[in-house]
Write a protein that binds this ligand. Sequence first.
Ligand code: 3PG
Length: 306
Amino acid sequence: MKVLVATEKPFAPVAVEGIKKVLDEAGYELALLEKYTSKDQLLKVVADCDALIIRSDKVDEEVLAAAPRLKIVVRAGAGYDNVDLAAATAHNVCVENTPGQNSNAVAELVFGMAVMAVRNMYNGTSGTELKGKRLGIHAFGQVGRNVARIAKGFGMEVSALDPYCPVEVIEAAGVKPVTDLKKLYAENDIVSLHIPATAETRGSVNCELITQLPKNGVLINTARKEVMDEAGLKEALAKRPDLKYVADVKPDNAPELEEAFAGRVFFTPKKMGAQTAEANINAGIAAARQIVDYLRDGKAPFRVNK
Ligand code: 3PG
C-alpha cells in the first residue's frame, strides 16, 4: 500500500518521521509531496496511491479522478471544507479528519493574538490586560474548549455560544452558555471565532454582528476566512474606529484592510494555528494510524462522508 502525504504547508520533520514509523510498521510505503506549487504536481503523484494524508490541501473531483487506487483521505486536522465529500463518496473513497489533535495549538495562538491586540500590536503605547476581561467563544468545539481552559488561567470571564453543543457541556467547563448570537458579541470584550466553514456559516459574521462588540472590542479569527462577510468587516471597521480584527486566516481584502485600518488589523502571512511540532505529530500520526486501521480492519471512526 502506498500512502501519500501531500502538504503544501509541510508538517514539522519530526512529524513526518512519526508518520513514516507507523507506515513502516504496517509494511506500507510513504510518498511525500511537500510545498507543491501547482495542482498538476498533486495530480501526478496521486495516480498510484492507496491513501492520502492532507492538511488544508484541496481534494476535489479532479484529484479523485486522477487517483484510481485511492481508498481513503485523512485530513490531518479538524476542518474538512477543503475536501469534496460528495465526489469522494462517488469515488468510493472514505474521508476522515483527526478531531482534537491540533486544537491546543490553535487555542494557544488565540491568546498570542489576543495579547498582541490588547497591547496595541506592540506599538509602544499603553494597552490593556486580559485579566478581568470578558471572552466570548463562538462555537464550543475542541478548539473552543481549549480556549476556555486557557482563558481561565488569564483570569477572564468566559461565555460561549454553540447551538450544536449541549448547554450542560458548556456549563461543565465552567463557561456561561449564551443562546443569542448578538448578545455574545455585545457582552464580550473579545470574541474568538471557532465556527467551521459550512453553507450555514459562510459570510455569516457581518457588519451588524461585528458592530455589536463593546467599545475597544477585538474579534479574533483562527477559524476560516470564509465565515466572514469581508465587505461587512470593512464597513464595521470603518464605522467603529475603536474595534480591532486579528486573524490567522487572511481575508481576500487584506491589503485594503491593512492600508485603511493600520494598527487595528493583523493577519499572519500563512495559517499558523496548527503549525507546532506537537500538533503536527499528533495530527500526522493519528492520520497514519487511521489509514492503517481502515485499510487493514475497515475501521473509520472519524469518517465525515457517507
Ligand atoms: C484545521 O482545520 O485543522 C486547522 O485549520 C489547521 O489547518 P492546517 O492543517 O492547514 O494548518
